[in-house]
Write a protein that binds this ligand. Structure first.
Ligand code: GUN
Length: 298
């Protein structure tokens, strides 16, 4: 039997609908949540992602400021730009798109973003609070999107064995941390696999929920999935396809056509985790504006 298809587009729409009255409430108090995106260089994928984030922010009625800097921008200039955004009361969220050009120390830039505006959840303080399940923080958008998709499609991870494939700072590690937390969206039993894992398939087959963020196209095959398991595919790749007019097609880390015949539920790529990342960025920006407004009132 074919799997339940978990649509990231539909769930992201649901989240945006829930955000609208919160944005309206802020605006009625004279506050427009503001998101600043910073893109350095001309990486075409990054340009596309940042463009989508700004468009989504505008559609929700947020103030969106898109800053594009040339690839040879000195690190000091970028740090100065971030400092300016930290001090700007009309900006509640700052996102510096990564990867950055090689001459810029990414860690330094991430640490320069004030944690109260770190809607990406990349700052070491946000990462530390997530890892220790303590204090308030912004959860990184893609991992938070994965958890939200599970919950809203009826697959609460509590008590389940979740196998995460990938240990990146952007996705694999924070997903594991979120799933390990106590309470909503957490309480899972988590195994993290990576490029050095011996016999990957033997471990992925033990998953009730399999989250794949390995960054390699169509690498999870049907024989690696337990029948009935929930499969979340974080990957997005362009692969050459001479039969397509564009000369390429978009796919995930999972061999979708094959795995959907075995899985109980599966996310497509595109149309799965991607739209959720943007929805969670909007949610974090609205939350940041609400926190700033509450602080101003106190
Ligand atoms: N590059 C790829 N994904 C992301 C993301 O979620 N945030 C930022 N800042 N850069 C990215």
């Amino acid at each position: 039997m074919s799997a339940q298809i978990i649509s990231g587009r539909a769930i992201a729409d649901e989240i945006r609908t829930e955000l609208r009255p919160r944005v309206a409430a802020l605006r009625s108090r004279g506050i427009t949540p503001g998101l600043a995106t910073v893109l350095v260089g001309d990486n075409s994928a990054s340009q596309m992602y940042v463009g989508m984030k700004n468009k989504a922010a505008q559609e929700l009625g947020l103030h969106s400021r898109q800053i594009t800097l040339p690839a040879d921008t000195p690190e000091a200039e970028l740090l100065g730009m971030v400092a300016g955004l930290n001090a700007d009361p009309t900006i509640h969220g700052i996102l510096v798109q990564v990867p950055l050009p090689a001459h810029i120390d990414e860690g330094k830039v991430i640490e320069a973003v004030h944690p109260s505006k770190d809607v990406d959840g990349f700052h070491p303080m946000s990462v530390g609070r997530l890892a220790t399940d303590s204090g308030d923080f912004f959860a990184p958008c893609t991992p938070a999107g994965v958890v939200e998709m599970l919950l809203r499609s009826g697959h609460d991870p509590a008590g389940e064995h979740v196998v995460v494939v990938g240990r990146s700072n952007l996705v694999g590690r924070p997903i594991a941390s979120l799933l390990l937390r106590k309470g909503r969206g957490g309480d899972a039993t988590v195994t993290v696999c990576h490029s050095r894992t011996r016999d990957l398939g033997a471990i992925t087959r033990t998953a009730d929920i399999l989250v794949v963020a390995m960054g390699r196209p169509e690498s999870i095959t049907a024989d690696m999935v337990r029948p009935g398991a929930v499969v979340i595919d974080v990957g997005t790749h362009r692969v050459p396809d001479p039969s397509s007019e564009r000369g390429y097609r978009v796919c995930g880390d999972v061999l979708y056509d094959e795995v959907k015949e075995v899985a109980g539920a599966i996310t497509p790529s595109p149309g799965g985790v991607g739209p959720m990342t943007i929805a969670m960025l909007l949610a974090n920006t609205v939350k940041s504006a609400e926190l700033a407004a509450a602080e101003a009132r106190d």
